[in-house]
Ligand binder design. Structure first.
Ligand SMILES: *Cc1c(COP(=O)(O)O)cnc(C)c1O
Length: 374
């Protein structure tokens, strides 16, 4: 019934993947080099440098982990935590809950800081949690909670966390390339993202960055990370010439996803050609345009502090959730997201990420929804 040879060209307006520019798809199709070919290593080095610019960091240890955003989450967790470590995780949606699960699997004792889904954490709440759990070694927050559409404010958090000798970890999967994110200025010690959200690259790599404090924590480990594949002390010997120290060559760890690296390099080049500030401003303008249109139709936003990259709106009473999404897909070719977790059946999630954050897409989804909900 479905054509398995030629996938359709959908208009991807869900929680990711976002639409991929033709330039990025073409880059994916370039000849495959060997993972130790000097030309490939130059492409990888350039990709890491572009990532530093997009993360707005000078962290040497910045590279794309092989795997999607969840691999980045696991990479940060397994390298920074040892059994028995205490962690505070902000849980206000699906991804905070996953971070808690992943960190518990590292043997950490996770103190979940909870607010209702859709809400965000205040500096006062974070301070109170640090007072309550003074042995905390890591505080982790989700910048853009894709399950609820809420934007977590991050400025000022690092000062509190560092004051207690802890590390500040951030999930930036749905914010990198769409929202202001200043890794160095905001004192973030370790961060991970994904390629298929606001960077508009296919899924498959997870950009990560570790700062000096995180590096010191890893170097002082008493136990090996339980994941060999995601062990940064091994990965850095491949991704950084001389393992980030002077001299020394590259050491094979695993075969890097060569063609995905081409795609990511191209996607990052597109981000920087547009300019980070211009891109972030575009995401805000498109969000405002969509929000104005949705509210004029009587639809309302669930979070108080909405993301510009993902719009989480309540499904009007008496509306058939699945039928509306099916009509959007079949009649208009538009994919939007269903509610996730406790929001299942209660919310729609409309993504305006990267290449998909355009007047054309905003006006198209508004027209389609107006027609279908009539
Ligand atoms: C999508 C997402 C992830 C997981 O990324 P995958 O690429 O699906 O593995 C993690 N955190 C947040 C906030 C996300 O939106």
């Amino acid at each position: 019934m479905f054509n398995t040879q030629f996938p359709a060209e959908r208009i991807l307006m869900g929680p990711g993947p976002s639409p991929v520019p033709a330039r990025v798809l073409r880059a994916l199709g370039a000849p495959t080099l060997g993972h130790l070919d000097p030309q490939y290593l130059a492409i990888m080095d350039e990709t890491c440098e572009l990532l530093r610019q997009v993360f707005q960091t000078r962290n040497l240890l910045t590279f794309p982990v092989s795997g999607t955003g969840m691999a980045g989450m696991e990479c940060v967790a397994v390298n920074l935590l040892e059994p028995g470590d205490e962690v505070i995780v902000g849980v206000n949606g699906v991804f905070g809950a996953r971070m808690k699960d992943v960190m518990e699997r590292c043997g950490a004792t996770v103190h979940a800081l909870e607010v209702p889904w859709g809400d965000i954490f205040s500096l006062e709440q974070i301070t109170a949690a640090l007072d309550q759990f003074p042995k905390t070694k890591v505080v982790a927050l989700v910048h853009a909670e894709t399950s609820t559409g809420a934007l977590q404010l991050l400025e000022g958090v690092a000062e509190l966390v560092h004051g207690r000798g802890a590390l500040f970890v951030v999930d930036a999967v749905t914010s990198l390339g769409g929202h202001t994110l200043l890794v160095d200025d905001w004192g973030i010690d370790a961060i991970y993202s994904g390629t298929q959200k606001c960077l508009s690259c296919p899924p498959g790599l997870s950009p990560v960055s570790f700062g000096a404090r995180a590096l010191a924590r890893m170097d002082a480990r008493k136990t090996k990370p339980q994941s060999w594949y995601l062990d940064v002390s091994l990965l850095r010997k491949y991704y950084l010439a001389g393992g980030g120290n002077s001299g020394g060559g590259r050491v094979y760890h695993h075969t890097a996803p060569i063609n995905m690296t081409y795609a990511l390099r191209e996607a990052l080049a597109i981000v920087l050609e547009e300019g980070l500030d211009a891109r972030i401003a575009r995401h805000e303008q498109m969000y405002r345009r969509l929000r104005t249109g949705l509210e004029a139709m009587g639809l309302s936003y669930i979070p108080k502090h909405s993301l510009h990259t993902l719009n989480c709106i309540g499904i009007p009473a008496g509306t058939d959730d699945a039928k509306v999404r099916r009509r959007l897909l079949e009649e208009y070719g538009i994919e939007i997201g269903a509610g996730l977790g406790v929001m299942a059946g209660k919310a729609w999630r409309i993504g305006l990420m990267g290449h998909g954050s355009t007047i054309r897409n905003v006006d198209l989804v508004l027209t389609a929804l107006r027609e279908i909900l009539k």
